[in-house]
Design a protein around this ligand. Structure first.
Ligand code: HEM
Length: 274
């Protein structure tokens, strides 16, 4: 019997029939999901040493690369109204269907200001590249800071006064700064979720809010120079390459940060309804 510390290449699942509770590919039966430790649950598959068989991929999405693993965890943290793979119960106001939201321009401005602080922070961190691989994440074409600056100028020209950043944005920016120095894997989790969430649910929210309160004005925040799906694909490939150098523990640690990413972003989204 091999120990779990044996090299992955020597490990293979003892049987293809993993008990449902321990099977990371099964739908999670626990209503408290995602309040579980991804690391603990994902590392319990029974293993046996053999060199004869090819090692099996044991983590959902693993075969496609690490971004797919991050996506798998993120999609479960949506409600089923937000996305079809979502499993979370609706608790917070921003988790209600966007079609039922009653946004205000002032609230939306607070959201845009706090979002800008988050993107300013992420973009400054990767520009500075204190951790060498952050340099890979520069100039992806997905940057939002300058676009948001233009949008805030537009609101100013319309006669709105632009608020100072509020606590959800300030707290998230501090968390990102700190993680970027002490915990690069957790930082990458936030980086991935912020940019990909905006390209998916974020765009839909932008459209619906513009319909309701901006006379369908399309903000720069929701426009990209170039083909968005290609830009996203390029970033997926970069992130997959970065994570190729990580241990399984580092990957699991990154995945475990997803819940916090939803919490911080959810608080900023909630500003739209404030
Ligand atoms: C009202 C809130 C939200 C709505 C309505 C929403 C909706 C969606 C939808 C419709 C998708 C696309 C699903 C698909 O590809 O089939 C998606 C993807 C995604 N969402 Fe959300 N979402 C919301 C909030 C969030 C938050 C707070 C986060 C994390 C910070 C997040 C992270 C993601 C990620 C990482 C993807 C995958 C994108 C990709 O693979 O390209 N979402 N979301």
């Amino acid at each position: 019997m091999a120990s779990l510390s044996a090299p992955i290449s020597q490990l293979t699942l003892k049987s293809t029939k993993i008990p449902k509770f321990n099977n990371p590919f099964a739908r999670n039966p626990n209503p408290n999901f995602p309040k579980f430790s991804y690391h603990k649950k994902m590392s319990v598959a029974v293993v046996a040493a053999t060199t004869a068989e090819k090692p099996k991929k044991r983590y959902p999405g693993e075969a496609k690369g690490f971004v797919e693993e991050m996506r798998f965890v993120a999609m479960k943290l949506h409600t089923s109204d937000q996305a079809k793979e979502g499993e979370k119960e609706t608790k917070e106001p921003e988790e209600k269907p966007v079609s039922k939201w009653e946004p205000s321009v002032d609230g939306y401005l607070r959201f845009l200001v706090d979002s800008k602080l988050v993107y300013d922070t992420l973009e400054r961190i990767v520009e500075k590249a204190a951790v060498p691989f952050y340099g890979e994440l520069k100039n992806t074409g997905l940057e939002r800071s300058e676009k948001l600056a233009k949008d805030l100028d537009w609101f100013k020209q319309q006669g709105y006064s632009i608020p100072e950043p509020s606590s959800p944005g300030v707290e998230y920016a501090c968390h990102l700064e700190e993680l970027s120095e002490v915990d690069p894997q957790a930082f990458v989790c936030h980086y991935y979720n912020v940019y990909f969430a905006h390209s998916a649910g974020g765009r839909m929210i932008g459209r619906k809010v513009a319909e309701k309160i901006l006379n369908n004005k399309e903000l720069e925040f929701y426009k990209w120079d170039g083909d968005l799906s290609q830009l996203l694909q390029n970033l997926r490939e970069k992130l997959n390459r970065v994570a190729e150098n990580w241990t399984r523990e580092e990957k699991n640690h990154c995945l475990e940060e997803t819940e916090k990413s939803f919490k911080y972003s959810g608080e900023i989204l909630r500003l739209i309804l404030s």
